[in-house]
Ligand binder design. Structure first.
Ligand SMILES: [Mg+2]
Length: 171
């Protein structure tokens, strides 16, 4: 059975929606996705580190459309691991675990790997929105489109939606 390493933020969890909501609550300014394209996340969201360090931020992130349905099917055909570099925001660990339990209840805790660096990950396929994770990975790589990677030309297979992932990976 092939193993897939699936990222959380920007792949399962729609962190842009959450950052935009927190930014608006803080500043009264509503940022639009269009104006954030091509900007690194913490350039796009100058208060992003503080917001991401706020307990509850990762607990209430909206789910990326289609991810639950497709991942549940992939979970029948592949060995799935949820891999999140959660150590960057240690207060997020509990939130992330609860969030996964709520939205992806079919994922067993043994399938969850919270880590500092994804360099240690060994799998056949990695789905991630950050090049820094995909570039060092030895296997098939899927770049999940997010505003920060918009327009980047890479060797990784770009996917815009979970429906696309389903077409490529489900038999
Ligand atoms: Mg990510």
């Amino acid at each position: 059975m092939k193993r897939i390493a699936v990222d959380m933020d920007g792949v399962l969890a729609d962190v842009y929606k959450q950052f935009i909501a927190y930014h608006e609550k803080d500043t009264g300014v509503r940022l639009e996705i269009e104006q954030l394209k091509g900007l690194p996340e913490f350039k796009a969201f100058p208060h992003g580190h503080r917001h991401a360090n706020t307990r509850g931020f990762f607990r209430t992130v909206p789910v990326v459309p289609g991810s639950r349905e497709v991942l549940e099917q992939l979970n029948q055909q592949y060995e799935i691991f949820i891999v999140s570099a959660a150590m960057e925001f240690p207060s997020s660990l509990g939130d992330k675990r609860e969030w996964l339990n709520e939205h992806f209840p079919f994922i067993h805790w043994r399938q969850i790997a919270f880590c500092g660096s994804k360099e240690i990950v060994k799998a056949d396929i990695m789905i991630d929105d950050h090049l820094k994770n995909l570039d060092k990975f030895e296997g098939d790589t899927f770049l999940f489109s997010q505003p920060h990677n918009s327009g980047l030309q890479t060797r990784h297979r770009r996917v815009d939606t979970w429906e696309e992932i389903a077409e490529l990976l489900l038999t």
